[in-house]
Design a protein around this ligand. Structure first.
Ligand code: ATP
Ligand code: MG
Length: 552
């Protein structure tokens, strides 16, 4: 695996295929689909596939279906259907048709009967275990099932009785009759239908047999007139079977499957099964926990649809497996918020500072620009008075050399305000620092053109009398890539510091902040007002710190 950590000219070989098909007249109307199974919430890998399918169709004046591949009732649920619809819309896409594989169950059943009548499918009584052991290997042909030569009449009768519910789960399957010695294992009489007496979230108890992915998917694509059926690389070996199903079922429309490399990110697990495990074991606080790589988690953390779409577009579409550095994703959200997020001050771990030469009871209002890189955002007024809070980290009693922030005797600039100098450190009985005493120099007011002397450090602050209490949630990767590569043991790699919660203060103007409003807090990074934790306090999720060691 290579780690992709720079944006290469975003190549997209699938786009070239579509473009050729359109230009040569082979395809007149492009139709794509995004086909999630509603067995979990969407993650950033799905977002990549969504962008690819919708943007390709858009570019060539085509259409895109959102199709739920709901062929496995045990794992699927309406909750997931609704969450997926919301995520696709939030990403900025509108489907042309909303489709469900379950709407085609009757048609699929007819096609299975057609295969039986053509001698291309048979009912098999072998157990899953027996089938596996007779399947052979890459170097060894498989063994034919003893049920392979049942008559067409017997097969039709048994298949009908499977459907009627006469047999328990696992007693029988319908298999394609292809070639047990095919070099492609997928062609060795694959299972087309299985029995499952389960309640389906849409069809209820109407069916007790369900089509397998390899049978259902090509039929769904053909029924919907999909021209370019884009899936991930692990299905490349299934393509001959896909084509076999379309052709043997005598489908009028013949879709074509194309495969691209699935998106993987560093420090991230990306499979619904694992994400569900994190939710079920309550390691995270639901599918939309801001530490999750789900679309809903990223949204709650503060990602914008634009950032995700730009990321998906810029990383391109690859034919080979690769891992994308998660910092690339962060880069795109920073780029997106840079010019539009209000830049304000927040103190995430407060230390009280008394400015001893500032008059008691006085408050002055200072001008602060809203975004130094975007003048159009204007400015605001912030209060300044005798008691302020600064960041605990911005003071050291015995600093190392090259420490330019506050320490006894040193002078720093308060952003948008004055120079202050520390002269006293107040401690409690336990010896902990509880307060600093400083003096300010009225000559040094920000914007006054003061040039008398320079200071090396600028720190942020909020006015203690008017600041609003706030909670800050700082995130680190949920899983650590270091150590065991084994995908099964990802629970051992959970980062115990993935969430750090602190209590502090924000400027009074933030009283009007709404859920999902986004800000840049001076020196801390970009933050989003948590849309769920909306009790009596403002909760801010850190979307991303200001800078990483990495920029593209
Ligand atoms: P997972 O393996 O995470 O459970 P899945 O492939 O089973 O995902 P589906 O609901 O079947 O999930 O996927 C819907 C579509 O999203 C498929 O076309 C699939 O190829 C695509 N997809 C899933 N994961 C990724 C990924 N990491 N990168 C790109 N596309 C993906
Ligand atoms: Mg799947």
């Amino acid at each position: 695996m290579i780690i992709l950590d720079t944006v290469t000219a975003s190549s997209n070989f699938i786009r070239n295929i579509v473009s050729d098909d359109v230009n040569s007249g082979k395809v007149s109307q492009v139709v794509t689909r995004f086909p999630p199974e509603p067995n979990g919430y969407l993650h950033i890998g799905h977002a990549k596939s969504i962008c690819l399918n919708f943007e390709l169709a858009d570019e060539f004046g085509g259409t895109t279906n959102l199709r739920f591949d709901d062929t496995n009732p045990l794992k699927e649920d309406t909750e997931y259907v609704e969450a997926i619809k919301l995520d696709v819309q939030w990403l900025g896409f509108n489907w042309d048709n909303l489709c469900f594989a379950s709407d085609y169950f009757a048609q699929m059943y007819k096609k299975a009967e057609l295969l039986i009548k053509k001698g291309k499918a048979y009912v098999c009584d072998l157990s899953a275990e027996q089938m596996r052991s007779m399947r052979g290997t890459l170097t060894e042909a498989g063994k034919e099932s003893p049920y392979r030569d049942r008559s067409i009449e017997e097969n039709l009768d048994l298949f009908d009785r499977m459907r009627k519910g006469e047999f328990p789960d696992g007693a029988k399957v319908l298999r394609a009759k292809i070639d047990m010695s095919s070099p492609n294992l997928n062609m060795r009489d694959p299972v087309l239908y299985r029995i499952s007496h389960a309640e389906h979230h849409r069809t209820g108890g109407a069916w007790c047999i369900y089509p397998m992915y390899d049978f259902a998917h090509p039929l769904e694509d053909a029924i919907e007139g999909v021209t370019h059926s884009i899936c991930t690389l692990e299905f490349a070996d299934h393509r001959p079977l896909y084509d076999w199903v379309v052709s043997e079922c005598e489908m009028e429309h013949q879709p074509k499957q194309y495969e691209f490399a699935r998106l993987n990110l560093t420090n991230t697990v990306m499979s619904k099964r694992k994400l569900k495990e994190l939710v079920d074991k309550q390691i995270v606080d639901g599918w939309d926990d801001p530490r999750m790589p789900t679309v809903s988690g990223l949204r709650r953390k503060g990602y914008t649809p634009e950032a995700i779409r730009n990321f998906a577009r810029e990383i391109g579409v690859a034919k080979n497996h690769s891992i994308v550095d998660e910092r690339m994703l962060e880069h795109f959200v920073r780029e997106d918020l840079k010019l539009r997020a209000l830049r304000t001050m927040a103190v995430t771990a407060p230390l009280r500072v008394v400015i001893t030469n500032y008059p008691e009871g006085k408050t002055e209002w200072l001008e602060a620009e809203n975004n130094a890189e975007n003048e159009e955002m204007g400015s605001r007024q912030i209060p300044f008075s005798r008691v302020i809070y600064i960041e605990r980290d911005d003071f050291m009693e015995t600093p190392p050399s090259k420490y330019f922030r506050l320490f006894p005797g040193n002078e720093v600039r308060l952003k948008h305000a004055y120079f202050i100098r520390c002269h006293d450190v107040i401690k409690n009985d336990a010896g902990e620092i509880v307060e600093l005493h400083c003096t300010y120099d009225p000559e040094t007011k920000s914007g006054s053109g003061f040039t008398g002397r320079k200071v090396k450090g600028t720190i942020h602050w909020v006015d203690a009398s008017q600041a609003i209490p706030a909670e800050f949630r700082l995130y680190e990767p949920l899983v650590d890539d270091e150590g065991e590569e084994d995908s099964e043991s990802f629970l051992d790699r959970i980062n115990p510091n993935s969430l750090v919660v602190t209590q502090g203060f924000v400027e009074p103007g933030m009283a009007s902040a709404k859920p999902n409003d986004k800000f840049q807090f001076f020196r801390h990074g970009y933050f989003n007002v948590d849309p769920k934790l909306t009790g009596d306090r403002l909760v801010f999720n850190r979307v991303v710190p200001l800078k990483s060691s990495f920029e593209v």
